[in-house]
Design a protein around this ligand. Sequence first.
Ligand code: GDP
Ligand code: CA
Length: 312
Amino acid sequence: MLVALAGGVGAARFLSGLVRVVPEDVLTVIVNTADDETFWGLKVSPDLDTITYTLAGCVHPEQGWGRVDETFTVIDGLARFGCDAWFRLGDHDLSTHLFRTSRLAEGATLAEVTEEITRAWGLQPKLLPMSNDRVATRVTIRDDDGSLTNLAMQDWFVKERSRGPVTAVDFDGAMEASPAPGVLEAIATADTVIVCPSNPVISIGPILAIPGIREALKERRDRVVGISPIIAGAPVKGPADKLMAPLGIEVTCVGVARAYADFCGTLVIDSLDARHTTAIEELGVHAVVTNTLMTDARVSAALAQCTLEAVA
Ligand code: GDP
Ligand code: CA
């Protein structure tokens, strides 16, 4: 059995390669839900949906999230009422949020709805939300006048276009949350646990913040392998650098290795970062060098193969 810890786009690209090199039904993916937000009364789970659409083969290929061939009739219709629809939910995508919201209102848990959604798409891998409880990433930024503004993750990332400087990141509700049923068991019994190339602060960070998960990973440190989302001192895409630096995490694969060192015994880094191997090994983390820039599914599959062999 294989377990992967995942955020959204970076993770989804990696997982689409992984399912080419292992039987799909051996895979359990534990997904960040701290980006979840309610829009127009609808429960949106961006990372779960990105992974579902990617594995189902219906994701927007360039964007990496949302559905391919999407239309925006409903959201554009809201403009008539003077609504500021800055979070662009597509018409097809809305059906997922309508279904999720109605099932949650009927009393289903997020894990149950996720199982129903992935079954409807015919997915073989098991997707588990990190928790059934509400956890919400909050980002604090400093304005020009020195005042601090505390924003919900999507407000900061989408509406405010990841404006900085960031002074703090918090995971509201994490300390009171429990891992979703099956999460700790999956980690404890997995042959290998993969930490996908995802944002270390706001994708992997919230999963680690739920009491019990980091401890469970530490128990399996020899079997945990990560892939650095930072290549040559920068994220491939997204705001990881704006979040890592203020938290004292160096924006390099060495910084990632240091942040993960207590629970992750092996880190796969990019060929461009080969010179950092010694610094990573000095942290007690085994470093494996390969091409990690996932330009297509073939590269993702080769990266997945290399990642599995790194702990074979
Ligand atoms: P999000 O929730 O959609 O932001 O998704 P993730 O947290 O899973 O992915 C964002 C992270 O993935 C960023 O830090 C990127 O640097 C990383 N990433 C995206 N594409 C690649 C890639 O091709 N290779 C590597 N190594 N990292 C990538
Ligand atoms: Ca996300």
